[in-house]
Design a protein around this ligand. Sequence first.
Ligand SMILES: [Zn+2]
Length: 190
Amino acid sequence: MTGKKMLNDILEFNKQFVENREYEKYETTKFPKKKMVVLTCMDTRLLELLPKALNLNNGDIKLVKNAGAIVSHPFGSIMRSILIAVFELQADEVMVIAHHDCGMSGLKAGPVIESMKKRGISEEKLETLKYAGVDFEEWLHGFDNVQESVVHSVNTIKYHPLMPEGVPVHGLVIDPKTGKLDLIVNGYED
Ligand SMILES: [Zn+2]
């Protein structure tokens, strides 16, 4: 399916959706009923599975997603989203949910850079970035161990200088097939 076809399909469906007032059953507020913000991976398998497996419905949580459920920078947009959820949107608990078989697991910069070159990103541009102080290898690197990655992200959130006291930060790993959760860090236990 081409991009243009997909966009047309979505817009056509959307027109019907609004006209038929199908949004009514999703109406809620911007404040999470379960007072929680969840960071998870953008993996396609989790799109519906994760909310169903955790019994989450529209309006229950603030949901933040990226590749790998990784907080890679303490002042990046992921951390900012979590802080906004806590300070402005009444979330008072944080959950990081990574998953098995993640695309970021074992991801090395080398093959990604090769793909970029094949798609026309020039060697010169890559060199320019290097000399502009961008650690490209580090930036593209995923993680080697999903549990360790979860613990690292949990700690980055928990010990962030702007995170208030008393906000439990949990770390979990979900099975992208069965939805089974494994608890890695219980944020209530400290
Ligand atoms: Zn993933």
